[in-house]
Design a protein around this ligand. Structure first.
Ligand code: F6P
Length: 347
């Protein structure tokens, strides 16, 4: 078969491992040929391609980023965009297209599926919030980076008797905040799923000082809402093609409020894209490899319109349309776990 492949949306550690696995299994096991579209859906619209061969995917397993590059191009915003994609897919004589991306990328794939294009999806986002899968590759790497940062912030916060607020990614769900906050022993974890209660955070900080600890670490997800306005903190007013704002600033907001209300010196750090860059963990390489191999298997089983997913420890698949129907928010049990590690000051 001739199979196209693209990576769309924000980059994510493990994208290259998915590409490599699909190409190697496709060529060695099924005798496939591959066409890589460059820069996500933009590459399909503009017919920008590169060959994907055993040679071109050699040496990429451990690399961050994506050899296909990526973009947040929304085909549905371009007049005649879906038709243009279909025409380019036909020009390249493709039998199938593997779309590696999050809900925006898979939303475009779904629109093409409805027009008869044979797509198979692979779930990708460091935010880990795609519905229908227990894990997205890239999340483990992001959590490792954020946890190391929280560890490092402990020693500098203690040396200076400061409160440090660490802002991590997580637009609609606080998975990275909860995992890195619990693994790094943060004193409070603030997520989009729960309204921020600054009084409660300040009570924790003061109680800790009263117990003889001169510093505190707070982890906050970028998508947590500001209590005053119930809005997400944004950087500028630019929207991407899917209508997403650039989130940033909730960490600084929380830090300013804490300093104002407690008098304790408080700093904020935004980890930003550091969390998405660089080499994937072994766990993410393994998961990404299983997804890549699973995706090419689905193509050869003629199971189009499906998304390869992890359920428990097994790779299986779901309807791609179900994955994009809603976000997967943090399991309330994990939020309870994080809370249970701090004193119940209202009791
Ligand atoms: O795609 C997930 C994500 O990592 C979000 O957490 C974040 O808001 C967004 O990407 C930022 O991506 P970019 O700066 O590339 O638009």
């Amino acid at each position: 078969m001739r199979v196209g492949m693209l990576t769309g949306g924000g980059d994510c550690p493990g994208l290259n491992a998915v590409i490599r696995a699909a190409v190697r299994k496709g060529i060695f096991h099924y005798g496939d040929e591959f066409v890589g579209f460059l820069e996500g859906w933009r590459g399909v619209l503009e017919n920008k391609t590169m060959p994907l061969t055993i040679e071109s995917v050699s040496g990429i397993l451990h690399l961050g980023g994506t050899i296909l590059r990526t973009s947040r191009t929304n085909v549905r915003k371009k007049p005649g965009g879906l038709e243009q994609c279909i025409s380019v897919i036909q020009q390249n004589k493709l039998d199938a297209l593997i779309t590696i991306g999050g809900d925006d990328t898979q939303g475009v794939a779904n629109a093409l599926i409805e027009k008869g294009v044979k797509c198979v999806g692979v779930p990708k986002t460091i935010d880990n919030d795609l519905n229908g899968t227990d894990a997205c590759f890239g999340f483990d790497t992001a959590v490792s980076i954020a946890t190391e940062a929280v560890d490092r912030l402990h020693s500098t916060a203690e040396a200076h008797s400061r409160v440090i607020v660490c802002e991590v990614m997580g637009r609609d769900a606080g998975w990275i905040a909860v995992y890195s906050g619990v693994a790094g022993g943060a004193d409070a974890i603030l997520v989009p799923e729960v309204p921020i209660d600054l009084d409660a955070v300040i009570a924790q900080i003061k109680d800790r000082r009263a117990r003889g600890k001169n510093f505190s670490i707070i982890v906050v997800a970028e998508g947590a809402k500001m209590p005053a306005s119930d809005a997400k903190a944004t950087h500028g007013s630019k929207l991407d093609e899917f209508g997403h704002e650039r989130l940033a600033g909730i960490g600084q907001y929380v830090a300013d409020e804490i300093e104002k209300r407690t008098g304790f010196e408080t700093r904020s750090v935004n980890l930003g894209h550091t969390q998405r860059g660089g080499t994937p963990t072994a766990y993410d390489r393994m998961l990404a490899t299983r997804y890549g191999a699973g995706a090419i298997d689905l193509v050869h089983q003629n199971r189009f319109g499906r998304l390869v997913v992890l359920r428990g420890t097994e790779i299986t698949d779901i309807a791609l349309a179900d994955a994009i129907s809603k976000n997967r928010t943090v399991d309330p049990k994990l939020l309870d776990l994080a809370k249970s590690l701090q004193p119940d000051l209202k009791a």
